[in-house]
Design a protein around this ligand. Structure first.
Ligand SMILES: [Zn+2]
Length: 381
């Protein structure tokens, strides 16, 4: 064999050229609000199909979808010592049966104050990578490797919301925490913090699904159940003082990805906070093609860019947070973010609801900043 070549004939240039030819064909091109509303309705259906959510929801038979159930496991315990000036928090472990084959473990964080002092509504706090799923978001610091990740990313936004008086649900996403597939199961720190997104994606895509679709499906099932809950499950919600008619979502990084798609396809989310997940696909997922498999949906880029997807949330209250030096913004940095937030701003402008969208920009790398929690009430006004 001849010596190893130093010249590589790789795929990126050709892919970029294809992207430039084909991307974003469905972008909104007209001008009026009524046209925009029709566009939103149409593109929600397109997105639901692309991520495979429609196929996941197709068969609603009792065998596949027995009535959901919240199962509280054990007693509630005190969550981590709250920050100065914040409320104490009780943490419950709970199992939710998504369908006949799928269980989603989660924590429910309940402010340890009198019911009348609790805030109305429920937050679903979605986890991203490298934090052992719900553990970091709920601020469970028993294991040093997880505690280190909480400090590194300021990852415990679920606990922070509970300390502010909200009832917060922190689920394990597909492939994370207790939902890891065989490839990364185990208690060693590097396995605890790992995820099996790639394995889930490899199983899902040939079946016409996607990780994004599966994650969206899980939370849709949970939300539908909370809204319809009766009997014992209604008693559980009542005992927490939680109002299932008012559900908001928050997520950082991969959790932001889940919050984005969930809020784009549903119209009953009270407020959405997305941190560290808003940028153009070309720079951030095509050029940065070593990103996790969970980000990739077959055929999606041909239709919409990320700002178009977030435009489907309008006029719902939306806070997006970006960090100036987040490498996931891609090689052009914040320019690749602003192009997308401009698309979103135009969408809110069509509704005359500019004040319901905030873009919070912070310095430094990929990190959750608690300031976006202070903006929740601003966008809700
Ligand atoms: Zn992933």
């Amino acid at each position: 064999m001849s010596e190893v070549s130093q010249i590589y004939y790789d795929s990126l240039r050709g892919m970029l050229s294809r992207f430039d030819e084909r991307a974003r064909r469905d972008r909104f091109r007209l001008s009026g609000l009524s046209d925009f509303k029709s566009w939103q309705e149409r593109e929600r259906k397109v997105l639901t199909g692309l991520i495979g959510l429609d196929r996941l929801q197709e068969d609603s038979g009792e065998e596949r979808y027995p009535a959901g159930r919240l199962e509280i496991v054990g007693e509630g315990c005190s969550a981590e010592a709250p920050r100065p000036g914040s409320n104490p928090v009780i943490r419950y472990k709970c199992l939710f049966r998504v369908d006949g084959y799928t269980v989603m473990p989660m924590y429910i964080l309940v402010p340890g104050v009198e019911q009348e002092d609790r805030k109305k509504g429920i937050w679903i706090a979605l986890a991203g990578h490298q934090g052992a799923g719900k553990e970091s978001v709920a601020g469970v610091r028993d294991i040093p490797a997880i505690s280190e990740r909480i400090d590194f990313f300021n990852y415990d936004y679920g606990l922070q919301l509970a300390e502010r008086g909200y009832t917060v649900i922190c689920p394990d996403p597909r492939g994370f925490g207790e939902r890891r597939d065989a490839a990364v199961q185990g208690d060693e720190p590097e396995r605890l913090l790992a995820c099996s997104c790639r394995n889930v994606s490899n199983m899902a895509i040939p079946l016409g699904f996607s990780v994004i679709g599966l994650c969206t499906f899980d939370i849709c099932r949970l939300m539908d159940h909370l809204k319809r809950a009766s009997g014992g499950d209604r008693d559980i919600l009542n005992s927490f003082g939680a109002d299932p008619g008012d559900i908001s979502v928050i997520g950082f990084s991969g959790g932001g990805m889940q919050a984005l798609y969930l809020s784009a396809v549903r119209r009953d989310i009270s407020r959405t906070v997305i941190s560290g997940y808003m940028y153009g696909f070309r720079d951030s997922l095509l050029i940065l093609n070593n990103n996790c498999s969970c980000n990739y949906v077959p055929g999606l880029w041909e239709h919409l860019d990320m700002g178009d997807i977030a435009s489907l949330i309008a006029p719902g209250p939306l806070v997006i947070q970006s960090c100036g030096d987040d490498r996931l913004n891609g090689p052009r940095g914040l320019e690749n973010v602003y192009e997308q937030t401009e698309i979103i701003r135009r969408a809110y402008g069509l509704y005359g609801a500019e004040e319901r969208f905030r873009h919070d920009i912070r310095p430094g790398g990929h990190h959750f900043h608690s300031e976006c929690l202070d903006m929740i009430d601003d966008v809700t006004l």
